[in-house]
Design a protein around this ligand. Structure first.
Ligand code: FHN
Length: 464
């Protein structure tokens, strides 16, 4: 407790310096707010068992197999001999992301299994020192991203690590299920749940882990790979203000970097929120930037038998829904141990790319809908030189072929379908409603976008 108070005091005193090390938030967030769509990649040794250990299918998400199966550290480490991504082609990964319409990639440089996809001096449990493959996986990805104009970010599990000793703070859970920061004792369940089922995990303290592995590795990531666009923290369980302050001060190495809200709650809010596997309701949004991260099937890390993929239509509509609420979508791919994207993911990316090529302007650089949601679809908007472009994405083609927009007084300059360029008619009713008349059939089953250009600015929020 005393330590926390001292660290908080240090933070308050140095707080200004910490933020001064970073470029102003709006400047840093500019590309991210325009991008709207990125790729998450969960890749590591868990792709070897791919959901099955000792002949048993282990439930839950694939990258948690070590924890869920309570796999002993040495057994898990032994799996690294089969992590041999000879088919890894970072150029084609980046091209697939780019062709899908994604503008950035965030890859798990180290997930909770502690395995670093990069050469690290801080822990030998990394791809160079621990696999026959023996090469840094992030370097060529950084080069490919640079070549194709895609921003690269690193996910880093700063406080949860089941292999590097000390890598998970042991805390008794409170009644609500959150770690209680003032306790140190443990019943067997809490211990296992927190990542302790092998004595090897306990040969060092959490503090040692933070100082000897986690902080040095983040420094390596921020130093050795050129410009890093995003640092994506995860599972701040047991994080202390002292530890978070150390990570935070490293950000000075990359003054343009964007970070999320998972370093340590609530003291370090980062630049954006991270709703996981869900799209927030309008009522939950408070003006803070946000990014929904989502899987294509039911797992982040590769699981050979999870074939429960969402349809391209669902994912495209999710992206539109998110953009209409002012957020970003970080859509996950879990590559195999050989270094390939699953075929289903490739197909989904390609379908999304086809839609984005035609309709991307309804997503990139747009702002949230001035009206909230429509029963038949969503709206995004963009300020133009002379006025505003409104993008109405139609999910449910209305039987009467009419979209009714209430409460907007701006006069219409033009209206057309992005799918085929066909003009659509608009009329104004006596009551001032705008009626958009659609053709008989929707030109695109994924979502058809009507772009309506109007004069002047459209008010931020219009009551219907
Ligand atoms: O435990 C992780 C999980 O494996 C995955 O990485 C997700 C992605 O947001 N984050 C954690 C759970 O919140």
């Amino acid at each position: 407790m005393k330590k926390t108070i001292i660290a908080l005091a240090v933070l308050m005193i140095t707080g200004q310096n910490l933020t001064a090390q970073q470029l102003p938030k709006d400047q840093r967030m500019q590309w991210w707010r325009e991008a709207r769509f990125g790729m998450f990649i969960h890749w590591g040794v868990y792709a070897v068992p791919a959901g099955t250990w000792n002949g048993r299918q282990i439930g839950n998400i694939g990258e948690w197999i070590m924890n869920r199966g309570k796999i002993p550290v040495e057994d898990y480490k032994a799996m690294a001999k089969d992590f041999n991504p000879v088919k890894y082609d970072p150029d084609s990964w980046v091209k697939m992301a780019k062709d899908a319409g994604m503008k950035y990639i965030v890859i798990t440089s180290k997930h909770h299994d502690g395995f670093a996809l990069f050469k690290s001096e801080a822990s030998k449990w990394n791809v160079v020192d621990h696999t026959v493959y023996g090469k840094d996986l992030l370097k060529p990805l950084a080069e490919a991203c640079k070549k194709h104009g895609i921003k690269l970010g690193f996910y880093y599990s700063q406080a949860q690590d089941w292999v590097n000793p000390g890598g998970t703070a042991i805390r008794r859970l409170t009644k609500e299920g959150w770690p209680n920061p003032d306790s140190v004792i443990i019943d067997a369940y809490t211990k296992e749940h927190n990542g302790h089922w092998d004595w090897r995990q306990e040969t060092k303290t959490f503090e040692q882990y933070i100082n000897e592995v986690s902080v040095p590795q983040v420094r390596e990531l921020l130093t050795n790979y050129g410009e890093v666009a995003v640092l994506w923290w995860d599972t701040p369980n047991g994080m202390t203000v002292e530890a978070a302050t150390k990570f935070q001060s490293l950000l000075a190495i990359q003054p343009q970097i964007i970070t999320n809200d998972r370093l340590k709650r609530p003291d370090f809010p980062g630049d954006h929120k991270t709703p996981e596997q869900r799209i927030p309701n309008l009522a939950d949004l408070d003006g803070t930037d946000w990014e929904t991260c989502m899987t294509m099937n039911g797992t982040w890390g590769y699981k050979s038998y999870d074939l429960n993929y969402k349809s391209p239509q669902t994912l495209i509509r999710n992206l539109i829904d998110i953009a209409s609420k002012g957020g970003n979508l970080l859509l996950n791919v879990g590559p195999t141990a050989e270094g390939e994207f699953p075929q289903q993911s490739i197909e989904i990316l390609s379908e999304m790319g086809k839609w984005m090529k035609v309709n991307g302007e309804a997503i990139y650089g747009t702002k949230a809908s001035p009206w909230g949601l429509f029963p038949w679809g969503r709206c995004t908007r963009k300020d133009t030189k002379n006025g505003t472009s409104l993008y109405f994405s139609v999910f449910e083609w209305p039987a009467d072929r009419k979209l009714t927009i209430s409460g907007m007084k701006n006069s219409v300059i033009s209206a057309k379908l992005l799918a085929n360029g066909a003009r659509v008619k608009t009329v104004r009713t006596k009551e001032g409603e705008l009626i958009i008349s659609l053709p008989a059939f929707s030109p695109d089953p994924m979502a058809s976008v009507v772009r309506v250009d109007v004069r002047g600015k459209v008010a931020e929020k219009i009551k219907q």
